[in-house]
Design a protein around this ligand. Sequence first.
Ligand code: NDP
Length: 247
Amino acid sequence: MKLLENKTAIVTGGARGIGEAICLKLALEGCQIVVSDIDLEGANQCAAKVKALGVDAIAVKTDVTQFQDAENLFKTGLDKFNKIDILVNNAGITRDNLIMRMSESEWDSVISVNLKGTYNCIKAGTRMFFKQRAGKIINMASVVGIMGNTGQANYSASKAGVIGLTKSIAKEFGSRNIQVNAVAPGYIETEMTKHLSEAAKETFLTMIPLKKPGLPEDVAAVTLFLSSPMSDYVTGQVINVDGGMVM
Ligand code: NDP
């Protein structure tokens, strides 16, 4: 029996990078996947990769900043699979700038996707999770939500917010047997970090005891743990996947 046999997961930002790796990792353990992304073509491609592993999947175009999209995401997932067991709030963006130069739209867009988007999807699923009296919610934070980072005041604030949200919801949902945790990746090789300057990449590497960047699969492995019955007595936690960058 696979770890997530007969389970269904929604993964936001599932079209590529860490989100795609999570979709594939959960699918390898038998989990059906609702691949959610603002990029429908990318989400469709990921859903096709999941199906190639022998489990069912659908793609749903979702802008997580829109509450109606989040509601539609749950409705479409439930129409297809009858239940949602796991919600992975992974969609996230960066708009880096020093606060001196940061525009209001750079601030607003990052808070809107990373923090409000996480709230929207949790809120849209709350009634269903409560009725079910079971569920796993995993929110993608970041080590910079813990330690801060020059040029990322908006992003760090959004991820610190995700950590506070995670702990509060864990307290509210605990009596309903719903575990809520966060994963805090460090420097992971994806499209998001591809455009960092060589100097910034070098600086990160000097801070990482394991002396290498992480892969999306490293984050997916911890997300699998938090999605599975192996973590049934774990809630309100933030697990860093950062090669030891923050300890
Ligand atoms: P990517 O940029 O590679 O992928 C993010 C995905 O989210 C893209 O497919 C993107 O679509 C989608 N997305 C963007 N905006 C929205 C939206 N409004 N609604 C729905 N989907 C949206 O990022 P990563 O895989 O690197 O990151 C995944 C998560 O991990 C993020 O939350 C990020 O903050 C976090 N993280 C990443 C780290 C890293 O080093 N890579 C480190 C720490 C945390 P599109 O391409 O069309 O914009």
